[in-house]
Design a protein around this ligand. Sequence first.
Ligand code: MN3
Length: 198
Amino acid sequence: MAFTQKPLPFAMDALEPYGMKAETFEYHYGKHHKAYVDNLNKLVEGTELANKPLEEVITTSFKDSSKAGIFNNAAQVWNHSFFWESLKPNGGGSPTGDLATKIDSTFGSFDAFKEQFSNAAATQFGSGWAWLVDDGGTLKITKTPNAENPLVHGQKPLLTLDVWEHAYYIDFRNARPAFIKNFLDKLVNWDFVAQNLG
Ligand code: MN3
């Protein structure tokens, strides 16, 4: 069974009123994400990993330097699917309920959370990801380089932002901080984050 690319959870042009053009998704979903899926399928074809769950492919290949290509593509397949779910049209605003309480008690306030998350996303040097994770019951903000993700550190991902240049160059050119601010103000799917917290 080959790995498949999950459908984008909104139309390609659904985020146009919220700062991200259809062209971004034509490239980022239609070309970058699809290429990771295609590459992964080529790399695992005929091996035992071809029939494993994607999460298991990620955690096992991370520990084996001879499988770096498999790890990079498998993790990028997972990371992008998780990133699309982290976005929604007319998102952003503030979380509610348990999640809001946890964010306030962990980071001091929602504004302090936004500042720390923005800082992590802005300071990830080169390509990578910013995350909100549940690390054994404690909320944490982390950043990872390239394809690395919280699954390989035993953390439960709650929210992510792709900070590879290809994620923001069409809409924001080189202005990563403007992309981060737009994500927090207009795009975060807090219902998805709350669902992940469980
Ligand atoms: Mn990307």
